[in-house]
Design a protein around this ligand. Sequence first.
Ligand code: AMP
Ligand code: ZN
Length: 436
Amino acid sequence: MEVPFWNKEIETLDRPMLEKLQLQRLREAISWAFRTPFYQKRLPQAGITGPDDIKSLPDLQRIPFTEKDDLRRSFPKGLLAVEMKEVIRIHSSSGTTGIPTVIYFARDDLDRWTDLLARCIVATGASAGDVFQNMMTYGMFTGGLGLHYGAERVGMTVIPISGGKTKRQIQTMKDFQTTVLHVTPSYLLHIQSKLGEDGVNLADLSLRRAFIGAEPHSENTRRKIEELLGIDAFNSYGLSELNGPGVAFECVCKKDMHLWEDAYIVEIIDPISGQAVENGQEGEVVLTNLVRRATPILRYRTRDLAFLHPEPCECGRTHRRLSRILGRTDDMLIINGVNVFPSQIEEKIMKIPEVATNYQIYVDKKGALDRLTVKVEIYPKLFLGEVSKLEALRGRIREELRSSIVITPNVELHEPGSLPISEGKAKRVVDERPKD
Ligand code: AMP
Ligand code: ZN
């Protein structure tokens, strides 16, 4: 297998050199952090007075975690380390609480971020000459612009179409013979379900690859996408606090995502104790940005659950691989006392061939009890089939779910296109239990 590289030297740097570089960059990151009001206060409280207090990589653990709420409380300029006139881009997100967080980028920050994305793109085998249709939302969300500049740097032909307008997306894929997509997995499955409606079929297209990310999805969802579209799909992970996409990305081996350790330090911790887990164990991903000057962020608790592969990848890259995101510390549902992760549900239903491309997890209360309903779309010809067969399918789905999540959910079968879809990140869980 041919393994393409963007920057072979750095991507295959041996571990001792990589760790040496990390330490040097960590100390620089701490100097930058000291230019922000937030860390000026936070670091001395933990007994850190400057980069000289960090003598080895394990000293990182002396630095306190940074949490989403710290970012919110620091809005708008508590984490700004440069003069405003040096900032050439702002990205911001307003979470569910509506209190925004902001990340500033100086020119070099954008340059380095763009380079990481070029690295990700090339690692999948995509290259100059590919036609890249970027269906991720443009705007303050980092997904659109991040990959946009990375793809331009690689020399791809970029179509900055953004999300939504499914018919236009399909027509555009045909008109320009798009070869590479960047899209959320849920929206890609929706687009696939609309192929053929206006006379454009898969055979009229030239798709070869998709970069899928921004939302949780299972290995079975990836397989489904690959089989339905006849393409290779690569998992892409990132979050706005750490630039956006480009933190970790799959290479041609498609065995989980290389996390670029010259730019980030990754730790996996027990979310309750805050201590590092054993090598290879699952826990919360904590990230330190080593190379962003305008908004330095140290030991950020992502709330994403994953593990690191202890063994190296066959491609020869030395940067460790992060597993697919297995859930979030804050997305666990408690149904009548039983812990259920949405990812367990998706994993099971997406491997059932009769299940089409969309689903929803619905929770409400009946009397004193919680009630879990899993609504799945199935293919139209099945939907119009015999009632007894539908009942048998419903029973099978219910049984598959019960074997994984322990409780027995209600299962509803829906016609394709009838459940709500999202053109950006999917909202899979609707929880209508009264909040007390
Ligand atoms: P945002 O800051 O809006 O870009 O959202 C970042 C969050 O999206 C992450 O913390 C993850 O929870 C989720 N996310 C991004 N990429 C992936 C991915 N490939 N798989 C699962 N979740 C993802
Ligand atoms: Zn690899």
